[in-house]
Ligand binder design. Structure first.
Ligand SMILES: C[S@@+](CC[C@H](N)C(=O)[O-])C[C@H]1O[C@@H](n2cnc3c(N)ncnc32)[C@H](O)[C@@H]1O
Length: 275
């Protein structure tokens, strides 16, 4: 009789919610609201320039959600998205651009290039959102980027950026937000007051306690709002406006032009730099 050796039991790895999650999808659910961004830049461009914008460039576009949203708004709208990461743009093409109508698809172009040197002239609106330009840590590099944005704008074009601040932004801290099916964790891991170096991460946590640690990592400089305005003006923009949510209790969440932001723990502002 043959001796059949008993096979060692294979350990079956339990599938966790984290292992089957898509980090780009989670990011969009937790962080980005393309509709609101497009509403803001579309309305504000019209009120600043007295005409509707047509050409929009989304710098640091990632999944190009804003580009996709822009071309659905008017049949004359065109969008170009620029990012260094081909993988996230491919994800965005599958997720967003493939769902557009054929005529809309023709009006979106994504390019894998560095925003410091990418050239596409005649843009009415250029966006640099979710603090992405904080990747530029030297004033000279930030200026180079702002000058490139200025060059790419039409004669009455507007460059829109965002910024955050407040005393909490200088703290090493983790903030957990419940998004429903998962928790979004914003991790301010380190801040160096000498250099302004600011290391942040995004983690995701699921009801089965599984996690995606460091789903996204940001090696930034924490720029201040006055510094950003100065560098924009030094780069050649003619005027800079700041927008924030009004502080009063019964005000809406709308971003309005402001000349003062109170020294709160945390605030977010939009910036419009006019050519
Ligand atoms: C914080 S994500 C922003 C995604 C999206 N725009 C948003 O608002 O949520 C930053 C993106 O910038 C891209 N990136 C970083 N440096 C870049 C550069 N020099 N030129 C173009 N893209 C860059 C990264 O690949 C990443 O997709």
């Amino acid at each position: 009789m043959r001796n059949i050796e008993e096979k060692p039991k294979r350990r079956v790895k339990k599938k966790t919610l984290a292992s089957s999650a898509d980090r780009h999808e989670l990011y969009e659910l937790a962080v980005q609201c393309a509709e609101a961004e497009v509403d803001f830049v579309d309305d504000e461009f019209e009120s600043l320039r007295g005409r509707k914008a047509r050409f929009l460039k989304e710098d640091f576009c990632g999944s190009a959600q804003v580009c996709s949203e822009w071309v659905t708004r008017r049949s004359s709208n065109q969008a170009i998205g620029v990012d260094l990461d081909n993988d996230v743009m491919t994800w965005g093409t599958d997720r967003h651009i493939s769902n557009l109508q054929a005529a809309q698809k023709k009006r979106v172009k994504l390019v894998c290039e560095n925003v410091l040197t990418q050239s596409s002239l005649g843009q009415d609106i250029i966006l640099a959102m979710n603090f992405s330009y904080w990747i530029f840590k030297q004033r000279s590099t930030l200026k180079k980027y702002f000058k490139q944005a200025l060059k790419n704008l039409s004669s009455d074009g507007v460059f829109f950026l965002d910024c955050f601040g407040g005393s909490d932004s200088y703290r090493v801290t983790k903030e957990k937000t419940d998004i429903g099916d998962f928790k979004y964790i914003w991790d301010q891991a380190s801040y160096n007051a000498v250099t302004g170096d600011f290391q942040c991460y995004i983690h995701f946590q699921f009801p089965d306690r599984s996690k995606i640690q460091k789903a996204f990592s940001y090696d930034w400089r924490l720029w201040s709002l006055p510094e950003i305005q100065e560098v924009l003006l030094e780069s050649g923009f003619s005027d800079v406006r700041v927008y924030a949510q009004p502080g009063d209790e019964d005000a809406s969440e709308e971003m309005v032009p402001v000349r003062q932001i109170d020294p709160d723990l945390a605030w977010i502002a939009y910036i419009a730099a006019l050519k």
